[in-house]
Write a protein that binds this ligand. Structure first.
Ligand code: ADP
Ligand code: ASP
Ligand code: MG
Length: 430
């Protein structure tokens, strides 16, 4: 079956104009079969995280916070002209499980509760998109992704069980696509084998689209974003960025691995395995093909800058001055894994080992406490990791202006450094 997968992120459906635009894009592909993956609208996932925290800590305002999320969605539906008895009931039914959950006492662990609550964001955004697509006359079905993407029960970072997922794609999704031109489903969420909601990690909708593309042998995947394509740096942080027209899978994997926030790092591998082209395209200029990511790209890349802010550098040394050897490293890594601290950079000397991780104070404190009997641990906060791929000296020098470089390494075409702002002392008027 000739099929394309489209993925629309939160920014593309943040308001009624956005949802209408997505439906227009789908209409312009009327002759094709399109499996559409959608994220929660705008910043809904962040707002749902606040509901989770409020409920878990029994702050007393979880239902109010949830109500304002509902109101936002009703406003979008109203703006789209799709607010009626049926669509309202559909929306209310979707929220009802959470309504029940937050009325009850807290009985379960945080990560489980998180996934049960936060997953509603994608369920409701996909329903809104579906109702609008129906109104515009598209031959469209709404698909509950929890019937398709099966995962283990690592809540908040669930791992896909590929064989089960593939079997459901082959039976259910293929059958739907025989009947409907467009199938709308949710990114980010899945279902455990025990039938509970799971999530694939923040920003995981791109990955969901990669999973669908892989399992359905899609012709291509288009990820529609608020940028013209993949740029030489994040336009929120840098001026004068330029679009890269073609990238290899390998280059895209490296960029996202180093922290480029434009695509979820897990998205590329399933596509690469089946050689499925990936387009990163602007939703506000649907004629443009954006950036094309494929296998063999014969090009000279410009310097590409990736920034990971808010990092902590943890220095670990043995209390008895023994060398930090393999057994220590495996113990340290087991703990990093246990506390789900993702290592963004590491380095070792004879008696110490340093790792840069995202500054999550709670997790880091538990990690340090756990190792403090055997090791002396100090940490530096408020660091940035700067990666320059295909570097030239001028770009690297520009990155260092106003910064203290704590360490720097060069591996082939890539320079990586951990930096801190130079503290600025201002002379007093006397
Ligand atoms: P969505 O969730 O709507 O799919 P994201 O906000 O996750 O989209 O990703 C798009 C954002 O990624 C852009 O607005 C941009 O600020 C950021 N970004 C970071 N690095 C890059 C890059 N190299 N090229 C393009 N965009 C980038
Ligand atoms: N809605 C989820 C998030 O904001 C998943 C995604 O948008 O990719 O993290
Ligand atoms: Mg996103």
């Amino acid at each position: 079956m000739d099929l394309k997968v489209f993925k629309f992120g939160g920014a593309s459906v943040k308001n009624n104009e956005g949802v209408s635009n997505v439906v227009k894009i789908l209409e312009s592909h009327k002759e094709e079969k399109i499996l559409t993956v959608v994220s929660a609208t705008g910043k809904t996932t962040n707002a749902l995280e606040e509901v989770v925290k409020s409920y878990f800590n029994q702050k007393g305002d979880a239902d109010q916070l949830l109500q304002s999320i509902k109101d936002e969605h009703i406003k979008i539906m109203d703006g789209l002209g799709i607010l009626n008895e049926e669509s309202f009931a559909d929306l209310s039914d979707t929220f009802v499980e959470i309504d029940w959950m937050i009325e009850d006492e807290v009985q379960d662990e945080f990560n489980y509760i998180y996934d049960q609550i936060v997953s509603v964001g994608e369920l409701v955004s996909s329903k809104i998109l579906y109702h609008k697509a129906v109104k515009e006359g598209l031959n469209v079905a709404w698909l509950d992704v929890r019937d398709i993407i099966i995962t283990d029960n690592t809540y908040r970072e669930a791992k896909v069980i590929w064989a089960d997922t593939q079997a459901r794609m082959d039976s259910k999704v293929i059958e739907l696509l025989k009947i409907y031109d467009v199938v709308i489903t949710q990114g980010f969420i899945g279902c455990s084998t025990e039938n509970f909601n799971t999530t694939l990690g923040r920003e995981g909708s791109d990955y969901s689209a990669g999973i669908f593309s892989y399992c359905l042998d899609a012709q291509s995947l288009s990820i529609w974003k608020d940028v013209p394509g993949i740029l030489t740096a994040d336009p929120r942080l840098f001026e004068n960025v330029t679009k890269i027209d073609r990238l290899s899978y390998r280059e895209a994997i490296e960029m996202t691995y180093f922290g480029a926030k434009v695509i979820h790092p897990k998205t590329i591998k399933p596509l690469q395995n089946k050689n499925i082209p990936l387009y990163v395209r602007p939703y506000n200029d649907p004629e443009s093909m954006g950036t094309l990511i494929t296998s063999d790209v014969d090009t000279v890349y410009p310097p590409v800058i990736v920034i990971e802010a808010n990092q902590s550098l943890i220095h670990i040394s043995t209390n008895d001055f023994s060398f930090v050897a393999e057994e220590h490293l495996s113990e340290i890594f087991a703990k990093l894994n246990h506390y789900r601290l993702k290592v963004n950079m590491m380095r070792n000397t004879a008696i110490s080992f340093s790792v840069a991780v995202q500054n999550d104070q709670k997790k880091i404190a538990m990690f340090i406490k756990d190792l403090s009997d055997k090791y002396t641990i100090v940490k530096d906060d408020d660091l940035e990791l700067i990666t320059v791929r295909h570097y030239d000296d001028a770009t690297v020098d520009r990155m260092k202006v106003g910064k203290i470089v704590l360490f720097e390494e060069t591996i082939r075409q890539t320079v990586r450094m951990a930096v801190k702002d130079v503290p600025v002392v201002i002379r007093k008027e006397v």
